[in-house]
Design a protein around this ligand. Structure first.
Ligand code: ATP
Length: 237
């Protein structure tokens, strides 16, 4: 098993305030990992640093053996990428853009997903509801063939029935050696697909554990474990 993400001694400050401190994290290839933490814990910031979108951190982040920013960007598909498009843009134009810019984008895969997610290509971004936009983001992000997928709170506006369907399908849409790092507040719903859980607390990685180990210790699973950490009564070593 090789390591796909390696973070060493990462420290990040913004506006003279420390956001992340001494973050060390290793994620092996093939793993689906939940990145959990309360509002403002630093989940988005950590994903933006991994993706090379946020800059100015000290320490080292290596992704699929790459440590240069352009090289890292080529092996990471990040859900935040849709933010740069004008709200006037039609979805079919965005798909053409992805085809042109990302050599690893698969239109076939996107079309399969768009059918499943019921995304209408004729609409403009501004006409999409929050949930529809999130479905588009998931479809576009997972249609690239990359080593790492970063999904930052991807399901917040998606109705619960569709959310469950997407969550169950997500792992089928990635190659066996790819890593998915997904942050979310709906811990109980993503729990079933996770191999590992990483919790950010007090500006650092408070814990990284296998989902199997958590399930064996906590009868109610990952959600109970997560809550116990924030309430300060986890039964860990
Ligand atoms: N552009 C910025 N300038 C200054 N501080 C920022 C900036 N972006 C984030 N922060 C701060 O960094 C900390 C981490 O924020 P971040 O958005 O990474 O948290 P999060 O875990 O993703 O939160 P949420 O679950 O609410 O999305 C917060 O205290 C936030 O106020």
């Amino acid at each position: 098993m090789t390591n796909t993400i390696e973070i060493k001694n990462l420290n990040y400050r913004k506006n003279y305030r420390s956001i992340l401190e001494d973050v060390n994290l290793t994620i092996e290839s093939g793993k689906t990992v939940g990145l959990l933490g309360e509002n403002g814990a630093g989940k988005t910031t950590l994903m933006r640093l991994i993706a090379g979108v946020a800059k100015g951190a000290s320490g080292k982040i290596t992704v699929a053996n790459q440590d240069g920013v352009p090289e890292k960007k080529s092996v990471i598909s990040f859900s935040e990428q849709l933010n740069g498009f004008s709200s006037n843009m039609r979805i079919d134009k965005i798909i053409r853009f992805y085809e042109d810019v990302y050599p690893d984008f698969s239109t076939k895969k996107y079309n399969e997903m768009a059918g499943f997610l019921q995304i209408d290509e004729g609409l403009r971004l501004s006409a999409l509801s929050r949930g529809m936009k999130e479905k588009l983001v998931i479809g576009l992000t997972l249609s690239r063939d990359t080593k790492v997928y970063l999904l930052d709170e991807p399901f917040g506006g998606i109705d619960s029935m569709t959310r469950k369907k997407i969550i169950q399908s997500i792992i089928k849409w990635k190659s066996d050696d790819a890593v998915i790092l997904v942050s979310d507040h709906y811990v109980s719903e993503i729990a079933s697909i996770l191999d590992e859980v990483v919790i950010i607390k007090d500006r650092t990685i408070y814990t990284q554990k296998s989902a199997e180990e958590i399930r064996s210790k906590y009868a109610e699973g990952i959600e109970q474990y997560y809550e116990s950490i924030y309430e300060g009564n986890d039964i860990d070593d």
